[in-house]
Design a protein around this ligand. Structure first.
Ligand code: 13P
Length: 248
C-alpha cells in the first residue's frame, strides 16, 4: 500500500469568520489536487468551514480532543463533537499541547484511542527539542514518543504521524534534508515493529514548511506530506504547498 499524500494546515489559535475567505480561495485555485488537502481550524470555525467547503475536496480536522467521550470537562471538546462539526482527522500530541498543557505520551495515546472510536484519523505529532538534538538523542526521543502515543490497533487507514522538530516550529529554521530523511526512515521502521506493516502510513514533516522549501522536502524518501502552521493561513501560500505535493 502506498501512503496517502497529505497537505495539512494547522491554523492553531488563528482565524475568525472572515478567514473563511481563504478557504473559498483555496478551493477555487485547487479544485482537484493530486493529494489530500486538509485544514485544521480552531474548533469555533469547524462547522462554518464545513459548510464553506461543501462539495469540495477539502478535508477538515480538529487540533485536539478530550480522551473521554463526554462528561464534566468544561472547555474541552470530544472526538464525537469534532466529527459532528465536519472533521475527519484530529491533530494530537502537538508539541505546543505537550509543552503548554503538560500532555504526556499516555494522554496522547488515550486521546488517539478516543479519536479512533469515533472514526476520526489521529495525526499523532512527535519531535525532539533543540537540546535533545544537540545531545544526540533525537531518535531515542521520537522512538519513545511513537511507542507511547500510537495505538497498537492502528492501521495505515487509521493513522497519520507528523514529525515536527520543536526547534523548527515557527522559527523559519528547518532540519537538513539528511536529518529529515534519517528520522522518516527510522519512523517507518519503528512503526512497522509496533503495528505490523507501516508501509501505507502517511508520515508528514512539519516545521517551517513554506512554498520555497516544500518541493525539496517532499522529495525526501518516506515524507508523504506536510503539517503546515503559519504558511497554511493564506490560501496562496498553502495552495503552493498543495501544488508542490501534488507534483511530488
Ligand atoms: P510552522 O509551519 O508555523 O512552523 O508550524 C508547524 C506546526 O507546528 C504545524 O503543526
Amino acid at each position: 500500500m502506498t501512503p496517502r499524500k497529505i497537505a495539512a494546515g494547522n491554523w492553531k489559535m488563528n482565524g475568525l469568520a472572515a478567514a473563511l475567505a481563504e478557504v473559498a480561495a483555496l478551493n477555487a485555485a485547487h479544485p482537484a489536487p493530486a493529494c489530500a488537502m486538509l485544514l485544521c481550524p480552531p474548533a469555533t470555525l469547524l462547522a462554518q468551514m464545513n459548510w464553506a467547503a461543501k462539495g469540495s475536496n477539502l478535508k477538515l480536522g480538529g487540533q485536539d480532543c478530550h480522551q473521554d467521550a463526554s462528561g464534566a470537562h468544561t472547555g474541552d471538546i470530544s472526538a464525537a463533537m469534532l466529527r459532528d462539526a465536519g472533521a475527519t482527522y484530529v491533530i494530537l500530541g502537538h508539541s505546543e499541547r505537550r509543552a503548554d498543557h503538560g500532555e504526556t505520551d499516555a494522554l496522547v495515546l488515550a486521546k488517539a484511542k478516543a479519536a479512533l472510536a469515533c472514526g476520526l484519523i489521529p495525526i499523532v505529532c512527535i519531535g525532539e527539542t533543540e537540546a535533545q538534538r544537540d545531545a544526540g538523542t533525537t531518535l531515542q526521543v521520537i522512538g519513545s514518543q511513537l511507542d507511547g502515543s500510537v495505538p497498537e490497533e492502528s492501521t495505515a487507514a487509521t493513522l497519520v504521524v507528523a514529525y515536527e522538530p520543536v526547534w523548527a516550529i515557527g522559527t523559519g529554521r528547518t532540519p537538513t534534508i539528511a536529518q529529515i530523511a534519517e528520522v522518516h526512515a527510522f519512523l517507518r521502521a519503528r512503526l512497522t515493529a509496533k503495528i505490523g506493516t507501516a508501509a501505507g502510513v502517511s508520515l508528514l514533516y512539519g516545521g517551517s514548511v513554506k512554498p520555497s522549501n516544500a518541493t525539496q522536502i517532499f522529495a525526501v524518501p518516506h515524507v508523504d506530506g506536510a503539517l503546515v502552521g503559519g504558511a497554511s493561513l493564506k490560501a496562496a501560500d498553502f495552495g503552493s504547498i498543495v501544488a508542490a505535493l501534488s507534483a511530488a
